[in-house]
Ligand binder design. Structure first.
Ligand code: AP5
Length: 215
C-alpha cells in the first residue's frame, strides 16, 4: 500500500507515519527529514536548502523530487510507502504520479489530517525530539516518562528544530495554504482522498487512519 499523509505543519504527519512504520512495516519517506539530513551533512542539496527551510519557504520542486526518486529506487517493489511532507505543490504531485507509474506502483490513499491552524502553533513551538533516536516529545502533551531521559533509547540529549519558532511557523502555514492545499483536487479527481480529524488525540487519529487503510 502507498499513501500520502497530507496536512499543514504540526498536523501530526510525522507522528502518525512513525506509528505506521512500527505497526505495518511501511517505509516513511519524509522530504523534511531528508532535507534536514542533507543540511546536517553539508551536502550541496543541504547548502541550497538551509536558508529556505529556516525561512519556512518551500525548497525547489526539482530537489525534493530527486530525493524521492532516489529513495524509491532503493526500495523493494512490494515495500509499502508513506509519503510524509511530499508532494507539496501541483508540480510535485504530477512528478510523483510519473515516479510511481514508472515503478508500477499505485497510490491507494491521500489521508488529509484536518486541523485548526491556531492550535498548531502551540503544537509546533512545544515540540522537541530525542537527539539520538528522534522520538518526538512535546513540552505539554508528551514529556518523557522520566524527565530528561528518552523513553526509547535512554539518551539525555534532546533537540528542537530551527524552523519551529512562531514567525517561521506562520510562513510555513501560509505556504501550505497557497501551494499545498491546492493539490487536493488533483487527488479528489482520482477519488482517493480520505479525511481524518487531526485535532483528536494521537490515539484517536491513529484509529481514524487505520479505519481508512483497513477500510
Ligand atoms: P517538514 O519536515 O515536512 O515539516 P512540516 O510539514 O512543516 O511538518 P512538521 O514536521 O512540522 O509537522 P508534522 O505534521 O509532521 O507534525 P508532528 O507529527 O511532528 O518540512 C520542513 C521544511 O522542509 C519545509 O518548511 C520546507 O522548507 C522543506 N520541505 C520539506 N518537504 C518539502 C517539499 N516536498 N517541497 C518543498 N520543501 C519541502 O507533530 C507536531 C507536534 O504535535 C509534535 O510535538 C507531536 O508530538 C504533537 N502532536 C502530534 N499529533 C498530535 C495530536 N493528535 N494531539 C496533540 N499533539 C500532537
Amino acid at each position: 500500500m502507498n499513501i500520502i499523509l497530507l496536512g499543514p505543519p504540526g498536523a501530526g504527519k510525522g507522528t502518525q507515519a512513525s506509528r505506521l512504520v512500527e505497526q505495518r512495516a511501511m517505509v516513511q519517506l519524509s522530504t523534511g527529514d531528508m532535507l534536514r539530513a542533507a543540511v546536517k551533512a553539508g551536502t550541496p542539496v543541504g547548502l541550497a536548502a538551509k536558508s529556505v527551510m529556516e525561512a519556512g519557504e518551500l525548497v525547489s520542486d526539482a530537489i525534493v523530487t530527486q530525493l524521492i526518486d532516489e529513495n524509491l529506487a532503493a526500495l523493494a517493489p512490494e515495500q509499502g510507502v508513506i509519503f510524509d511532507g511530499y508532494p507539496r505543490t501541483l508540480a510535485q504531485a504530477e512528478s510523483l504520479d510519473a515516479l510511481l507509474a514508472k515503478r508500477d506502483r499505485r497510490l491507494d490513499y491521500v489521508v488529509e489530517l484536518e486541523v485548526d491552524e491556531d492550535a498548531l502553533v502551540d503544537r509546533i513551538t512545544g515540540r522537541f525530539t530525542c537527539a539520538q533516536c528522534s522520538t518526538p516529545y512535546h513540552d505539554r502533551y508528551k514529556q518523557p516518562v522520566s524527565a530528561g531521559t528518552c523513553d526509547v533509547c535512554g539518551s539525555h540529549e534532546f533537540k528542537r528544530r530551527p524552523d519551529d519558532n512562531e514567525e517561521t511557523v506562520r510562513t510555513r502555514m501560509a505556504e501550505y495554504r497557497a501551494k499545498t492545499a491546492p493539490i487536493l483536487p488533483h487527488y479528489e479527481a482520482k477519488k482517493i482522498v480520505r479525511r481524518v480529524d487531526g485535532m483528536a488525540s494521537v490515539e484517536a487519529v491513529a484509529k481514524g487512519i487505520d479505519a481508512v487503510l483497513d477500510g
